[in-house]
Design a protein. Structure first.
Length: 230
């Protein structure tokens, strides 16, 4: 087993331990391995350990990886970064999931550009849960209204909500932010949208996210190591 495969298995074990401690159903949290800035060869290693779900932020980089890894037919691509208007076509044609829909315009472009022969694009509404000016996403009080409008579009299925918790938050602050997300998911269901996804955890706050009901955690550095953004 390689070091990357060991890291992947260790994260899976941590998720399982946390689910058990929180009295959650085993296997209720999907691990999305965030592979941004890492080469396709690293993705192959983690894929060989059993991972099928990979998250990418940078559209051009990710698009090249989809070509390099086209021989892995059951790989599932999750776009977890902001999507510029000139990049929506790439996402519509290649992605399975988009976790970061924070504008109706983005969803409209994805809907129009999604090939009709493909399954609906699975999307989450991105919520700026701590109202940080430098973060993307819709305000919490506007999330349900946006989701209702996005759900009317063709070729798209609204699955739930996503957030990035405020960096440096205490455990209490994280539970408050994630608790608000859980309530918003309930509000979404009450508005008539059959949503079941809470994409709310990353490497640093994964454990609390699982405790708070995360269905998807987006883990990068704990699997692939520290990133070099140069």
């Amino acid at each position: 087993m390689t070091s990357l495969q060991h890291n992947y298995q260790a994260v899976l074990s941590e998720i399982a331990r946390t689910e058990a401690a929180a009295h959650r159903k085993p296997g209720g949290t999907k691990l999305v391995a965030v592979s941004k800035t890492f080469p396709a060869s690293d993705i192959r290693e983690v894929y060989a350990a059993g991972c099928r779900d990979f998250g990418e932020n940078y559209i051009q980089e990710w698009y090249e990886k989809t070509r390099e890894l086209a021989d892995l037919p059951d790989i599932v691509w999750h776009v977890i970064g902001d999507i510029q208007s000139n990049k929506t076509k790439y996402v519509a044609e290649r992605a399975h999931w988009v976790h970061t829909v924070g504008r109706l315009k983005t969803a409209q472009r994805l809907s129009t550009q999604r090939p009709s022969e493909m399954p609906p694009l699975q999307v989450c509404i991105e919520v700026n849960i701590a109202a940080e000016p430098n973060k993307h996403g819709v305000a919490p009080e506007e999330a349900v209204a946006l989701a209702v409008e996005v759900a009317k579009l063709a070729n798209i299925q609204v699955r739930g909500l996503m957030c990035v918790a405020k960096a440096g938050s205490s455990a209490e602050e994280l539970r408050r932010q994630f608790g608000r997300m859980r309530q918003l998911l309930t509000d979404l269901n009450n508005a008539g949208i059959a949503a079941d996804v809470l994409s709310i955890g990353m490497s640093a706050d994964m454990e609390i996210a699982v405790e708070c009901g995360a269905t998807h955690v987006r883990v990068g550095s704990a699997i692939f190591g520290r990133r070099d953004y140069r």
